[in-house]
Design a protein around this ligand. Structure first.
Ligand SMILES: [Zn+2]
Length: 311
């Protein structure tokens, strides 16, 4: 069965701000690398629609979504507003976030329907820092949470795992899925990095692995193999969603982890094995962070090539 590839037009034009590392060049570089590697031929590129309000409201409060829409609409005349210390909303922001979530949801729909074995939603803005009613870390709408809740509420799945390998803590995803027993969230992150000063997660369905600066591929693989895989096999998700950030790469200066392209490939392979054992191979990966353009492109393509080769 094929691997699906989902993206949207605003990925290549939406600007978060002149100095933001969360830029169109990220997606451009990944697609360029895919072309250079011949991967465009190996994936099925598929269209998607922006997430519906119903899908977004499963994960976010209505007042918050209304505020995002209003600020984005106002920005058409005033240029935009800072919604948090690091996140700016302009006229395209709301639409871009809806399209990213929509791509993730469509990927889930097709993987659950059995027309794709797995899929990669190569989208921006990212989503895992967006909580039920807060935006920061370049994130407005939580694509992974919207996709997980769509799989449960619409596609009829009983259990979904979200595995977040971005170097930053998935505080938004935690906020949305905490205490929802149908979802288990696994997240590893650099403890000293953004978002700062959070208390440890209390909910039983959140498996966090805070790790020290300098952690490398072996450290991360130890967490994946010794902690996550046994818990995943016991939880038996019917779908694995990956919040695939690539900012734990050793070249990415947003944090101080030392992963390589090879590590991303091995992590992907491990999660695919689990998906094959308990979820009929169903795995949907959603791009989160990754801000060093070159290592992001290499890592995302190593990840995607693994998804394709082993689908
Ligand atoms: Zn990140």
């Amino acid at each position: 069965m094929p691997t699906g590839f989902f993206t949207h037009d605003l990925c290549l034009s939406y600007q978060q701000g002149p100095d933001s590392p969360e830029s169109p060049e990220r997606i451009e570089a990944i697609e360029d690398r895919m072309l250079a590697m011949g991967l465009q031929r190996a994936v099925t590129a598929l269209p998607s629609s922006p997430a519906s309000l119903t899908d977004v409201l499963r994960a976010h409060d209505e007042a918050y979504v209304r505020k995002l829409a209003e600020v984005s609409r106002r920005a058409q005349t005033c240029g935009g507003e800072q919604i948090s210390e690091d996140t700016f909303i302009n006229a395209q922001s709301f639409e871009a976030a809806l399209k990213s979530a929509g791509a993730a949801i469509e990927a889930v729909r097709q993987v659950c329907a059995g027309t794709l074995r797995n899929a990669f939603a190569c989208v921006r803005p990212p989503g895992h820092h967006a909580g039920r009613s807060f935006a920061h870390g370049f994130c407005l709408i939580n694509s992974a949470a919207c996709a997980a809740l769509h799989a449960l509420d619409v596609m009829g799945l009983k259990r979904v795992a979200i595995v977040d390998i971005d170097v930053h803590r998935a505080d938004g995803t935690e906020d949305i899925v905490q205490n929802d027993g149908r979802i288990m969230l696994f997240s590893l992150f650099q403890e000293s990095a953004f978002p700062y000063g959070l208390a440890p997660a209390q909910a039983g369905n959140i498996v966090n692995a805070p790790m020290p600066e300098g952690s490398d591929g072996m450290d991360v693989l130890r967490v994946v193999n010794e902690v996550w895989v046994p818990k995943l096999l016991a939880f038996k998700p019917e779908l694995i969603l990956m919040s695939a950030g690539f900012d734990a790469h050793r070249d990415d200066k947003q944090a101080l982890f030392k992963l390589t392209e090879f590590d991303y490939s091995i992590i992907t392979l491990g999660l695919m094995r689990v998906a094959r054992k308990v979820a009929g191979g169903r795995l949907v990966s959603i791009l989160e962070g990754g801000y060093d353009i070159r290592s992001l492109a290499r890592s995302a393509v190593a990840h995607l090539a693994t998804l394709i080769r082993n689908a």
